[in-house]
Design a protein around this ligand. Structure first.
Ligand code: ATP
Length: 188
């Protein structure tokens, strides 16, 4: 069972100290929701947790060992969902993920369509399917429900529950509440 611990994280973007003294602890099966106004630093924190933006101070530990001193190993733990959905335009939806993962986001009927022809919400659903199919323990999700219709939000929440029940962890920024039980909220 894994444990992610952040202690007194401080992060600069350019010249500005965007985050200072951010601390949290996330156990296996835990979900942490990042809240805060535009520019509060939610995306910055997610980037930092992924090892994409460096820490100015503080420590990030995975199972009580420094998480960021071996970035290739850290990357293997993480599934990332950013604002730009990481779908490959020329590949079909079916070429991105197994059929069961496509079904879980309601895209079975679009399996043979190149990803470039999917709508914005469908692209996001395909990106969510990739995260769900990744088998990575830590999901880092930047505003995952943006652009999703109501049924797709429910499917996304179901995927989150399945991930958590298997001991997975989720950190997600959002401006809208996620209807999941046992959510920890970190306001930046
Ligand atoms: N590459 C960069 N260089 C300098 N400043 C940056 C850079 N990227 C972001 N910032 C600044 O860092 C601050 C935090 O931005 P961030 O994207 O983390 O906020 P956020 O909470 O995710 O906002 P939103 O709700 O709008 O998505 C903002 O003031 C932004 O202008």
């Amino acid at each position: 069972m894994h444990l992610l611990t952040a202690s007194n994280l401080s992060v600069f973007r350019g010249e500005r100290l965007v985050l200072s003294n951010v601390s949290f602890s996330l156990p296996a099966g835990g979900i942490l929701v990042l809240r805060g106004e535009n520019g509060a630093g939610k995306s910055t924190l997610l980037r930092t947790l992924a090892g994409l933006t460096p820490l100015a101070a503080g420590a990030l530990k995975w199972d009580n060992e420094d998480a960021l001193n071996d970035l290739p190993s850290h990357a293997k733990r993480i599934a990332w969902l950013g604002h730009l959905d990481a779908v490959k335009p020329a590949l079909t939806a079916a070429e991105h993920v197994p059929a069961a993962a496509l079904a879980a986001v309601g895209l079975s009927a679009y399996a043979e369509l190149p990803a470039r022809l999917l709508s914005a919400g469908q692209k996001r659903r395909l990106a969510i399917a990739r995260v769900a199919a990744s088998a990575k323990p830590l999901w880092l999700l930047d505003e995952p429900t943006t652009g999703l219709d109501a049924a797709s939000v429910l499917r996304f929440l179901a995927l989150c529950e399945t991930h958590r029940q298997g001991g997975g962890m989720i950190i997600a920024s959002t401006h809208t509440p996620l209807e999941l039980s046992g959510v920890e909220v970190l306001t930046l």
